[in-house]
Design a protein around this ligand. Sequence first.
Ligand SMILES: Cc1cc2nc3c(=O)[nH]c(=O)nc-3n(C[C@H](O)[C@H](O)[C@H](O)COP(=O)(O)OP(=O)(O)OC[C@H]3O[C@@H](n4cnc5c(N)ncnc54)[C@H](O)[C@@H]3O)c2cc1C
Length: 433
Amino acid sequence: MQAVPNIVIIGGGAGGMEIATKLGHKVGRKGKAKVTLIDCAESHVWKPLLHEVATGALDIGLDAISYRGHASAHGYHFQQGAMIDINRDEKQIVLAPINDEEGQELLPARHIPYDYAVIAIGSVANDFNIPGVKEHSLFLDNTEQAMSIRKILLNKFMRYASHHQLDEKIKIAVVGAGATGVEMSAEMHHAVEQLSGFGYKIDTSLLEVTLIEADERILPKVDKVEISNSVTRELKQLGVNVMTNTRITQVTPEGLSTTEGNLIPSDMVIWSTGVKAPDFLNNIGGLESNHINQVMVKQNMQTTLDDHIFSIGDCAACPQEDGSWVPPRGQSARQMALMTADNIILMLEGKAPKNEYVYKDLGSLVNLSKFHTVGNLMSFMGGGVLVEGKIARFVYTSLYRRHLIELHGVVKGTLMMLAKGIGRIIHPHLKLH
Ligand SMILES: Cc1cc2nc3c(=O)[nH]c(=O)nc-3n(C[C@H](O)[C@H](O)[C@H](O)COP(=O)(O)OP(=O)(O)OC[C@H]3O[C@@H](n4cnc5c(N)ncnc54)[C@H](O)[C@@H]3O)c2cc1C
C-alpha cells in the first residue's frame, strides 16, 4: 500500500487547532493524508482567555479541550512535545525529550517526519533584554504561566485579607497596555470583588494596580483614539493608575525603574509588552526570519525558502501591501489557518497553492471584565463602527464562538457555549483552588 503524505502542524493554538481540524475533516478522515498536530501542552485553551485563567475567573477544568480526545474525533493524530528544531534535509521536526516532575526522562527526543509542515507556535511577550524583567516578572504567554499567576495572585489576596495593616496596599504593576495588559488590570479588580463577596476581608480600595505604557496612549495599536480614551476613563474609574509615556529601564524585587529615574514600587509585576516569536525560531533550519524571530512567509503562507513548510499566526511574518506585517491577532491566525488548509489540499492534488492571504481587520474589542466592553467593528470598511456595552460584549464573545464552532461544528459548538454560560451561573465566579 502506498504511504499517504504526512502533514505535521506544530502548535495547537488559535490557528493550529483550526487548521488541524479542517485538514482532519477534509483529508485525514478520507485517508488522503495523515494529519498530525504537535503541542507542548496536553490541552487547548484559547489564548485570548488567558487573563481570565490568571485571575481565576475561568476554570480551565471546564474550558480546556483535550488534544487527544479532539484529534480522535476529528480525523487527525496528536503527539505531545515541544519543537526545538527542524531538519529540512531529512524533512523531520525535532521534539525535545519529555521529563517528569523529578527531571526523569519519560520520552527521549523524537524526530517526526513530514511532507508538509505548518509552524504555528504563537508568540511570547518581549522583554527587550531589559535587566531584571525575566527574573522578577510574571508572564502571560501560556496556560501554565496563567495558572501560576492565579496561584500567586490569589494567595497574595488571601494572605493579605487575613494579615494586612490598614495603611498597606497590594501593589501590582502591569507593563504594556495592549489588550492583554488592559484586560488583565480590569480582571484583577473583578477577582477582588468576588473574593470580597466570598467573605474575605479585602476590597478593591486595597488594590493598587498601575498600568504602564511607553506610548502616549494605552492600546496604541488600536486605530481609534476614542477607544483608548473610553478604556482609560473606565480603568481610572476602577482605580487603576494609568501611566503613559513611561519607559521601564529595570525591574527589581522592589519595583520598576523608569528612564526619568523614578521607582514604581510593586509587590508583583506582570509583563505583557510587545510580541515576539520564540527565540529558537530565529533562522530555524536555515529559514528566513525577521527581527522578532517570526518566520518569513509568502502571501500564500509558504515560507520564503521552502515550499513544503508553512507558517501561520503570531509566529509568521506575512507582509502587507503597505510594507507592514500582518498583526498578531486571533482573527488573523484563524483566517491564515483556514486559507492555508486550502492551499495544502491544492498541493496534495498536484495544483499550485494559489490562495493569497490579505488581512481583513474585522475590528478590535476590549473587554474590561464585567465592567465594560468597547471596540471598533469592520475596520476594513474604512474607519469602522464604534460599539460599546452589550453589543460589543456579544461581538467580543463571537470570536470565541466561531473558534468553538470551527473545532466542534455548529451544533456542538453552540451547545458548548451554552453549557459554559450555564456553568458560569451554577459555579462560583472565581476558581479558588
Ligand atoms: C490575554 C490575551 C487577550 C487577547 N485578546 C485578543 C482578542 O481579543 N482578539 C484577538 O484577535 N487576539 C487577542 N489576543 C491575541 C491572540 O491570542 C493571538 O494572536 C492568537 O492566539 C495567536 O494564535 P496562534 O495560533 O498564532 O498562537 P497561539 O494561540 O498562541 O498558539 C500557539 C500554540 O503553540 C504551542 N507551542 C508553543 N511553543 C511550542 C513548541 N515549541 N512546540 C510545540 N508547541 C508549541 C502552544 O502551547 C500553543 O498551543 C489576545 C492575547 C492574550 C494573551
